[in-house]
Design a protein around this ligand. Structure first.
Ligand code: HEC
Ligand code: HEC
Length: 370
């Protein structure tokens, strides 16, 4: 407990005062002295004391929403349906071989499992593809936050020469207007627009679809909802270590991240300085090596890890975080326990059936491998 940063101690104390009588309504394992966590390691001959988690600690996180709607981006069933079709349509790429789903496979927790993604003509970018599940809930998009929201973000990859490589916004509109079904779907999604088929509206529709991309309850969610048996002792101990080591000073909120920029290598310089993160966007010296703190929801399914995909195991990722972000060296057993906890953040994957795409017509531009 003495390792807890002062601010967090104050927060949990404040919450704890209010949570006293609530704690009494919780069943095992929250019975016993709130605030006390067992220091017992599950080794040695004596039966280890049960590991408890102080429910006051839940306050730093909170539940994820059922979908990430936002009043500034009014949604509709027509927008979501159109966005889903666009998300899977490879004709939004120059060679008709890449869709959003190629690098953010919804059947694989929204990632491609590659170090860095393979785009147009197999070109590799420099960054690892983050998951689209829960991305819409983040405060900004991309590792460096250069897009404000998913609606703006969706326009990037379509025009990025190492991703989908479309030559102009106009070329995209040409593809979309070549099919009657798209004309009708854009009209239904944007009934008040004079020109419903537009590059911007494509982004808005894809964004509306992304705002529905959530995974179902994880073990952690069930635990927080009162199912004390949802986590085993090592997972509970892993959470306590995650909390007490100070991971929560950056990975907090419903997504365990996605709500701030922080320096990668806060306590000592990160070995790879090739990518300066936020600095590339702002050109402010103090932003060098700052990246968006990623969400840890489903993190066990989204390796390899970090902006450059440089770390191949979650245990290594956790050990490096403690060392570079917090100046603390974890024992292998503690790192493993934190990994076991992180695995409890894996939610159930929704079944998203790929849509039936409109058929190309004579007017649809042909693929180009150039
Ligand atoms: C060739 C692979 C590739 C394709 C195709 C692709 N992306 Fe990405 N996506 C990436 C990579 C790599 C990043 C991280 C880039 C960065 O941060 O600079 C990213 C970032 C994102 C993010 C930000 C998530 C976060 O946590 O910040 C979202 C959302 C996203 N992509 C959605 C899409 C959508 C929608 C499409 C289709 C229009 C798409 N992507 C097409 C590789 C791809
Ligand atoms: C000072 C802020 C800070 C602290 C403290 C911190 N992290 Fe991070 N974490 C980050 C940032 C920033 C990144 C993204 C780094 C990058 O650019 O690749 C990150 C990335 C990660 C990743 C990789 C996620 C992915 O999708 O690639 C994991 C796993 C992780 N952190 C776990 C932890 C754990 C466990 C702790 C505690 C031992 C911790 N972090 C402490 C800021 C922090």
């Amino acid at each position: 407990m003495n390792r807890l940063p002062i601010v967090l101690a104050a927060v949990s104390l404040a919450v704890f005062v209010g949570a006293c009588d609530k704690a009494e309504r919780w069943h095992s394992p929250f019975e016993g002295t709130p605030g006390a966590t067992s220091q017992t390691k599950p080794s040695g001959p004596a039966a280890p004391a049960p590991i408890t988690v102080d429910p006051a600690r839940f306050a730093a996180f909170g539940a994820v929403p059922a979908r990430m709607d936002d009043a500034a981006h009014p949604t509709s069933a027509a927008k979501v349906a159109l966005g889903k079709t666009l998300y899977f349509d490879t004709r939004l790429s120059k060679n008709h071989d890449l869709s959003c789903n190629s690098c953010h496979d919804l059947a694989r927790y929204g990632v491609d499992l590659e170090k860095t993604s393979s785009g147009h003509k197999g070109q590799r970018g420099t960054r690892n593809s983050p998951t689209v599940f829960f991305a819409a809930g983040h405060f900004v998009q991309f590792w460096d936050g250069r897009a404000a929201d998913v609606e703006a973000q969706a326009l990037g990859p379509v025009r990025n020469p190492v991703e989908m490589a479309m030559e102009s916004d106009k070329a995209v509109v040409e593809v979309l207007s070549s099919m009657k079904e798209y004309e009708a779907a854009f009209k239904a999604a944007f009934p008040d627009d004079k020109k419903p088929v537009s590059f911007t509206n494509m982004g808005i529709a894809i964004g509306a679809f992304e705002r529905t991309l959530v995974t179902g309850p994880s073990k952690w969610d069930r635990f927080v909802a009162g199912d004390g048996k949802a986590l085993d002792d090592v997972e509970k101990q892993g959470f306590n270590l995650f909390y007490e080591t100070g991971c929560i000073s950056c990975h907090n909120g419903p997504y365990f991240g996605g709500n701030s920029y922080r320096k990668l290598g806060d306590k000592k310089p990160w070995p790879d300085q090739a990518d300066l993160g936020r600095f590339a966007v702002t050109k402010i010296e103090a932003d060098k090596q700052f990246f968006k703190v990623p969400s840890l929801r489903n993190v066990a399914k989204t390796g390899p890890w970090f902006h450059d995909g440089s770390v191949a195991t979650l245990e290594d990722a956790v050990t490096k975080m403690a060392s570079f972000q917090l100046g603390k060296e974890l024992t292998p057993a503690d790192a493993k326990a934190i990994v076991r906890f992180l695995e409890t953040l894996t939610g159930t994957l929704p079944t998203i059936a790929p849509p039936v795409l409109p058929k190309s017509t004579d007017k649809t531009p042909k693929p180009s491998a150039k």
